[in-house]
Design a binder for this molecule. Structure first.
Ligand code: CA
Length: 248
């Protein structure tokens, strides 16, 4: 088996935990990821997945939704609740095609979503894209710290704080805030925010765009406390970060 050269900007031999009870699919995904230079561990059930993460936090989790023991949704919810894994990138797999599923996946804080049947090649591409976003700050070359008053966003290290107190943002919330801070004062549509923070392609309906973005904005505002009011709704268009006058 030949190992391909690693693209720049991704960590040395990223570790992926594949959580899937269907052994054929798990084997195929593991094979493709290994071939592409990932180090792969597998788990067959929800509890096994949490145990594996507890032993060593991987760089990415590929998480099937339908699992024995604990569902993928529950595993994801538990990962998001723990500070150590709140930002752990998760690519969710589902057998169901309903759009409603996509919404739920995003609401739970999955970084990306693949519907079965999928091509293993596509899974690898998505996995790479998630890790790139993680390590390059949404594809923008690094070393950047964004500031707005007491709010600070370290794009490279995915750290966010207010008055040096760490914020507990999910990867999606982080990228949403990053998108708002990068275009400070300018209004962005929900589609623009979706593309920036979720890497969702244009096949998402307006209804899902609205519901997904609005819900994450609400959560982000809540986590920002008083500063949450700076995230303004621009009726009929989208959102902007409006920093009060006199604030640097
Ligand atoms: Ca399954």
């Amino acid at each position: 088996m030949t190992m391909k050269a690693k693209p720049k900007g991704t960590p040395a031999v990223p570790r992926v935990l594949v959580v899937e009870d269907e052994s054929d699919i798990a084997a195929l995904v593991a094979y493709q990821l290994t071939r592409d230079g990932f180090r792969v561990e597998t788990a067959r059930t929800g509890p096994e997945a949490l145990e594996a993460v507890g032993r060593e936090i991987p760089d990415l989790v590929v998480l099937d939704r339908m699992l024995p023991g604990l569902s993928g949704d529950e595993v994801l919810a538990r990962l998001r609740r723990e500070p150590a894994t709140a930002r752990l990138p998760v690519l969710m797999l589902t057998a169901k095609r309903e759009q409603e599923d996509r919404i739920e996946g995003f609401e739970l804080g999955a970084d990306d979503y693949l519907t079965k049947p999928f091509s293993p090649r596509e899974l690898v591409l998505r996995a790479r894209a998630i890790l790139r976003r993680m390590h390059e700050g949404a594809g923008i070359s690094g070393g950047r710290v964004l500031r707005a008053g007491p709010l600070r966003l370290d794009v490279d290290f995915h750290r966010s704080s207010i008055n040096d107190e760490d914020l507990d943002l999910t990867p999606t919330e982080f990228r949403l805030l990053q998108a708002l801070m990068e275009r400070r004062g300018r209004t962005q549509s929900r589609r623009q925010l979706l593309e920036k923070a979720w890497s969702v392609e244009a096949d998402v309906s307006d209804r899902i765009q609205t519901r997904t973005v609005d819900m994450h904005v609400r959560r982000l505002r809540a986590k920002l406390g008083d500063i949450g009011a700076w995230v303004q709704t621009v009726r009929g268009f989208g959102y902007r970060l409006k920093v009060p006058e006199g604030v640097e």
